[in-house]
Design a protein around this ligand. Sequence first.
Ligand code: GLY
Length: 363
Amino acid sequence: MIQLVASTRSREYPVFLSEGLLDETGRLWCSLGNRDKVVVIADDNVAALHLARLAESLAAAGVKVNAVKVRPGEKTKSLENAALLYTRLFDLKTRRQDAVCALGGGVVGDLAGFVASTYMRGVKLIQIPTSLLSQVDSSIGGKVGVNIPEAKNYVGAFYQPHMVVTDPDLLTTLPRRELVEGLAEVVKYCLLTGDDFFSNFEASYEEFLSLNMAYVEPVVRRCIEYKLRIVSEDERDFGRRAVLNLGHTVGHGIEAAGAYKAYSHGRAVALGLLAAVRLSTKVFGLPDRYSERLQSLLLSLGLPVRLEEVRPRDVLAAMASDKKSDDLSANMVLLKTLGEPVTNCDVDASLVKDQVERLAEGD
Ligand code: GLY
């Protein structure tokens, strides 16, 4: 078993990573000195697949378990559902020393994490990510929250979990489409980490798609290690942590322009990465061959390389009205070279426009 350590100002916690670890959750939790009740929050789909094994593992270690199910889907990540969960925790007589366990992907991790951060001013939190996106990104680093009708992720907190259990075996139950979407974040880490990781993934992505665990586990590990390092430098996202937004400025614009229906997060980020790499060529002289290699990798993975479902001008309008950025061009993350991201690049708006339009042309 691999044990990584997340070291942040607010908390140090283990990230356990290995195949089959779901069955070890109870033992691992108790090994950290915990004995009190765990309330598992999962959506109906994930609960049907994995809840029984988790509950058995906790019970076998002598931990009392309750479970609360929520409906699958992004709509669940709301203040209304957080309020319903507070009531359920209250009815279950949950106390401050008890823990909430988020069993699921990004939606459940964010919602359950937010509830854990606020119920009784904070109870313990276990993250058990079941999607690729949550294993390499959202389950670590402590960003928790809900959406409001006006915008995604606008209400939340930085609340680090007390333990993360990452079992790559759980990826075998994911629909192929969801696995592929998570790969957009893996490709992001490849670009952020450097040519060696990028080339390695380019050569072996088929092993990942066929879920050869001998290959999947080290890739997931590398992504987690990168994020842990960044989060330990800048837990509250005042500077360095912004590198994790590579591809997300245009990506968020695409998601919003399609009303969060036309493009999932992963598919939008794939296009955003392509735009960011091409912009990096314009701004920093990153060799053209990287955008060509990226385009061919995204195609091989089944991710989009052409903007088809929304109009470029709607993407640009969504980017300009994104209240997290001051204007269209601010806050972009670009690459000087692979492994050398630069944050807060103030890119000329006309260059951004050109690249969004180029995505629609699909050349
Ligand atoms: N997903 C970006 C971050 O955690 O900062």
